[in-house]
Design a protein around this ligand. Structure first.
Ligand code: UDP
Ligand code: MN
Length: 251
């Protein structure tokens, strides 16, 4: 039987949310034996995401947890000042540990943010991972791509233009972990909300694996199957909308 791919996706309310989730879900529809764990950054599950998931045609689990106030980035600070999606990924891990029988289930766990672009081939690459699989991600690490450098089928180093002294200077979307390894062999591995921004991936992976153990994927890490894209926030003129309503909304 095909191993199951569990993808963990933190998401939060914004203009672009439904567009991003739609784009992503229609990519994910091409993936067999797939289970989507969507975690909202909110106290309660929202109707928008509830409705979206009910209609998306994917197998899913819907969770929610609000990032604590002190961990939230204030509006006037740049986006790299706080790590995002930390509590959300952690409760998804907790859900997996409580609800999936890792002894009887073959699978992998992938942390898939809602705004990236995924080539469906990456999912077949990750499905058979025994330890931790790795591959490049484009537009991260202040480079065209950042990720593992391989020799003779082994990871021997990493390419990045940002904080290269990190043990694992790779993006969240650059790795997937064998389910059994994550749930049974590393039962306490979690994302640390207190690490400096940019150290979330490395501090997590240090709890799970070593460079020697990593399995290079995506053509010996020579192919880009994931892009760290970010969608521009649309400019919406609130006054303009009010005027439109006064004149009668077009149907
Ligand atoms: N996210 C979240 N709460 C927030 C901001 C982001 O749950 O307040 C989610 C977001 O939907 C995405 C992930 O966390 O799935 C990473 O966020 P983002 O894409 O903004 O980070 P970046 O790619 O810039 O590191
Ligand atoms: Mn992103």
């Amino acid at each position: 039987k095909l191993p199951t791919i569990y993808a963990i996706t933190p998401t939060y309310r914004r203009f672009l949310q439904k567009a991003e989730l739609t784009r992503m879900s229609q990519t994910l529809k091409h993936v067999k034996n797939f289970h989507w764990i969507v975690v909202e950054d909110s106290h309660e599950k929202t109707n928008l995401v509830k409705r979206f998931l009910t209609n998306c045609g994917l197998k899913y689990t819907h969770l929610s947890i609000r990032t604590p106030m002190e961990m939230r980035r204030s509006r006037n600070k740049p986006r790299w000042t706080k790590s995002r999606g930390v509590e959300q990924r952690n409760i998804a891990l907790q859900w997996l540990r409580r609800n999936v029988k890792a002894n009887e289930t073959k699978g992998v766990v992938y942390f898939a943010d809602d705004d990236n672009t995924y080539d469906i081939r990456i999912f077949e690459e990750m499905r058979g991972i025994q330890t931790v699989g790795v591959w490049p991600v484009a537009f991260t690490g202040a480079a065209r791509w950042a990720g593992p450098v391989c020799k003779h089928g082994h990871v021997v180093g990493f390419h990045t233009n940002w904080k290269p002294f990190r043990t694992f200077p790779i993006d969240m979307a650059a790795f997937a972990i064998n389910l059994r390894k994550l749930l049974i062999d590393r039962p306490t591995a979690r994302f640390d909300p207190d690490v400096r921004p940019g150290f979330l991936e490395t501090s997590f992976l240090e709890q799970v694996t070593t460079m020697e153990e990593m399995e290079p994927k995506a053509g010996n890490c020579l192919k880009v199957y994931v892009w760290h894209t970010r969608t521009e926030t649309p400019i919406v003129n609130i006054n303009g909308e009010k005027q439109l309503i006064k004149r009668g909304k077009p149907s």
